[in-house]
Write a protein that binds this ligand. Structure first.
Ligand code: NAD
Length: 493
C-alpha cells in the first residue's frame, strides 16, 4: 500500500489542520510502524465544528425537504459500496482486523445508510388520537439539532456509520469524534460525504483524544445529544459531564457475555459459533462470547475440540484473505490483554494458547486462548478482556447456569445452545442481557434493537428505536369544537 497522507479534521466542508497545529502518530498494529500522523483536535476545533453544524442545522439542511435529504443519504450508501475494495484494506491496516471480516463490515455500513433512508420515509410515523370529538392530538418527529457521536477503535467504520446514518437521515447535523487508534476510515468517510456534496457543516469529524476533544463535545451547550460507544467507565464519565447541559446520552458499553452449551446441543454448530464468537474481530468485540459454560457431560469432549480448532486458526497479516486472527489494535491494549493472562495464572487458571508464528513478532499478536479451570468469581471471568481469550466453566443444572451467567456486572449479549425448545426460551429469558441468541452466533437484522442492560449500557440503537433518540417528539393538540374553557375573571350577568 502506498504511503498514506496525514489525516486532517473535516470541519464545515473543509479538510483542515488542528488549530494548535498538533498531530499524533497512527500506528500499524501488524508492524508497529507509523502509518501517518493525525491532526489532534481539541476544544477550539470542537467549537468550530459545533458552530458549523449548528449553522447547517439552522440553515439549508434544517430547511431541506425530507425527500431531498434522503437522496443524500442514498448517495452516501452508493459511494461506500463503490469504494468497499479500498475502505476494507484501510480498516484492516489501521485496526489489525482481518480483511475477510472488514469487507463484510464495510458492506454492512453502506446498508446502514440505505436502511435509515428507507426507515425515515416509511416508519418515522407519529400517532393521532381523537379526543371525545373535541380534539385531535397528534405527534410528529423533529430532528434534535447537533448530534455528538463518540466512537471506539474496534470496528470503527461500522460503528460510526451505525450512528451517523440515523442521525443524518432524521435531519440532525453531526460532529463525530472517532477513536484515536483507528482514524483512517473515519477520514475516508469524510471524503465520501464530501464527494456526496452534503451542505457544508452537516457532517464534521474532529480527531483527537477523549479527555480533550471528546470531553469538549460532551460539555458543549449547543450539542443536543451524545451517542457514545466505548468502555463502561468512560460512559459513566460522559453521563456525569453531560449533566450540566442536560445532555441526552445513549451509551453502548462493555460486555462479558455468556455462551451456554447444554448436553443436547448440536455439538459441531455450537463449536463453530463459540469459536467464531470469541475469535472473530480478534476478540475485540463487545458482544463476544467471552464466558463459555459447558454442561459437565460434554465438557471434556468440547474442550478438546476447541483446543484442536485453536491450534488450526490462521494467525497472520490482516491484509491476507486467509487470515482469521490478526494483531490487536495497539501495543497498550496488547499489554492489557497479556496482563490478564498473567492474572489468569495467578488466579489458578490453566492457560491454553495457540502459537503466534515467529515471523509476526513485531505485531501486537495474542494467540487465541482458552482459560480453563476458571471459577466465576475470578477477575478473568468477571472483567472484560477484549481480546481473543475465552474463559471456560462447567455446570450441572439449568438453574445453576442461569445464576452463574447473571453473576457479572455486564448484560450486553448471551448465547444459548440446546435442542430443547422450551429450555432454550426459558434460559434465554432468564438471562439479564439486552440481547440473546438461541442456537446462533451473533447475526443481527437492522430492524431489531441493539443494546445492553446493567453495566453494558443505557438505551437502544437500531431499527425504529433510533427515532426515540435522534428525534424530539412534539405533540400538537388541535381543538375541533368550541369546547369549554374556564372563564377566570369574567363577570357573571
Ligand atoms: P473508550 O471508552 O476508551 O473510548 C471510546 C471513545 O470515547 C474514544 O473516542 C475516546 O477518545 C472517547 N473518550 C474517552 N474518554 C472520554 C471522555 N472523558 N469524554 C468524551 N469522550 C471520551 O473505549 P475503547 O477502548 O475505544 O473501546 C473499547 C470498549 O468499547 C470496550 O469496552 C467495548 O466493549 C466497548 N464497545 C461497546 C460496544 C457496544 O455496542 N456495546 C461496541 C463496541 C465497543
Amino acid at each position: 500500500m502506498e504511503k498514506l497522507q496525514d489525516v486532517k479534521l473535516y470541519i464545515n466542508g473543509r479538510f483542515v489542520d488542528a488549530h494548535s497545529g498538533k498531530t499524533f502518530e497512527n500506528l500499524n498494529p501488524f508492524s508497529n510502524e507509523v502509518i501517518n500522523r493525525v491532526a489532534e483536535g481539541d476544544k477550539k476545533d470542537i467549537y468550530a465544528a459545533v458552530e458549523a453544524a449548528d449553522a447547517a442545522f439552522k440553515g439549508e439542511w434544517g430547511k431541506m425537504k425530507v425527500s431531498e435529504r434522503l437522496k443524500y443519504i442514498h448517495r452516501i450508501a452508493d459511494l461506500i459500496d463503490e469504494h468497499i475494495e479500498e475502505i476494507a484494506p484501510l480498516e484492516s491496516l489501521d485496526t489489525g482486523l482481518p480483511i475477510s471480516q472488514t469487507k463484510n463490515m464495510v458492506a454492512r455500513s453502506a446498508q446502514n445508510f440505505r436502511f435509515y433512508a428507507e426507515m425515515v420515509s416509511s416508519r418515522m410515523v407519529g400517532e393521532a388520537y381523537q379526543v371525545d370529538g373535541e380534539f385531535l392530538n397528534y405527534t410528529i418527529h423533529k430532528p434534535v439539532g447537533v448530534a455528538g457521536l463518540i466512537t471506539p477503535w474496534n470496528a470503527p467504520f461500522m460503528l460510526e456509520t451505525w450512528k451517523i446514518a440515523p442521525a443524518l437521515a432524521t435531519g440532525n447535523t453531526v460532529v463525530l469524534k472517532p477513536g484515536e487508534w483507528s482514524p483512517l476510515t473515519a477520514n475516508r468517510l469524510a471524503e465520501i460525504i464530501d464527494k456526496a456534496e452534503l451542505p457544508n457543516g452537516v457532517f464534521n469529524v474532529v480527531h483527537g483524544f477523549g479527555e480533550s476533544a471528546g470531553a469538549s463535545l460532551v460539555a458543549h451547550p449547543d450539542v443536543k445529544l451524545i451517542s457514545f460507544t466505548g468502555e463502561t467507565t468512560t460512559g459513566s464519565e460522559i453521563i456525569k459531564n453531560g449533566a450540566d447541559s442536560l445532555k441526552r446520552v445513549s451509551a453502548e458499553l462493555g460486555g462479558k457475555s455468556p455462551i451456554i452449551v447444554f448436553e443436547d446441543a448440536d455439538f459441531e454448530r455450537a463449536l463453530d459459533a463459540s469459536t467464531w464468537g470469541i475469535f472473530s474481530f480478534n476478540g475485540e468485540r463487545c458482544t463476544a462470547n467471552s464466558r463459555l459454560f459447558l454442561h459437565e457431560s460434554i465438557y471434556d469432549k468440547f474442550v478438546s475440540a476447541l483446543k484442536e480448532r485453536i491450534s488450526n486458526i490462521v494467525i497472520g497479516d490482516p491484509l491476507h484473505k486467509e487470515t482469521e486472527v490478526g494483531p490487536l489494535i495497539h501495543v497498550d491494549h496488547f499489554n492489557n490483554v497479556k496482563h490478564y493472562l498473567e492474572i489468569a495464572v495467578q488466579e489458578g487458571a490453566e492457560v491454553f494458547s495457540g502459537a503466534v508464528p515467529e515471523e509476526f513478532h513485531k505485531g501486537n499478536f495474542i494467540a487465541p486462548t482458552l482459560l480453563l479451570n476458571v471459577e466465576n468469581h475470578m477477575r478473568v471471568a468477571q472483567e472484560e478482556i477484549f481480546g481473543p481469550v475465552m474463559t471456560v466453566m462447567k455446570f450441572k443444572t439449568e438453574e445453576e447456569v442461569i445464576e452463574l451467567a447473571n453473576d457479572v456486572k455486564y448484560g450486553l449479549a448471551g448465547y444459548v445452545w440446546t435442542n430443547d425448545i422450551k429450555r432454550g426460551h426459558r434460559v434465554a429469558q432468564g438471562i439479564d442481557s439486552g440481547m440473546i441468541w438461541i442456537n446462533s452466533q451473533n447475526v443481527r437484522d437492522l430492524r431489531i434493537p441493539f443494546g445492553g442492560t446493567k453495566a453494558s449500557g443505557i438505551g437502544r440503537e437500531g431499527g425504529h428505536y433510533a427515532f426515540d433518540f435522534y428525534t424530539e417528539v412534539q405533540v400538537i393538540h388541535v381543538a375541533l369544537t368550541d369546547h369549554h374553557i374556564p372563564q377566570f375573571g369574567k363577570k357573571k350577568n
